[in-house]
Design a protein around this ligand. Structure first.
Ligand code: FES
Length: 97
């Protein structure tokens, strides 16, 4: 798992949780973690802090809210699953598989 120092404000990192890719981002509401698999056709999403901020699926321009994972625009039919996180000192832990 990445550290908060490694995932600075406005940045993100995709990590593996078992076989599942999870995007951990450091947004305006702190550290959040979501499934990195777009709910449309499964592309790996990225974080764009310069937008609303958004989580963006590059394949068909799907946008998700980086605070709650909800769909903002584009073809994704469902929100991204959120994973609870805990931050202790500079370590980030995913609490739920
Ligand atoms: S796979 Fe994400 S918008 Fe199509």
């Amino acid at each position: 798992m990445g550290t908060t120092l490694e995932i600075g404000p406005g940045s993100s990192k995709v990590v593996a949780l078992g076989a599942k890719p999870v995007i951990v981002l450091n947004g305006p509401h702190g550290i959040r973690a979501f499934s990195a698999v777009c709910t449309h056709l499964g592309c790996i999403v990225g974080y764009d802090a310069s937008k609303s901020p958004d989580i963006v699926s590059p394949c068909h321009d799907g946008h998700f809210n980086a605070v709650n994972g909800n769909v903002v625009s584009g073809p994704p039919p469902a929100p991204l699953k959120e994973y609870p996180v805990a931050v202790e000192e500079d370590k980030v832990f995913l609490l739920d598989a």
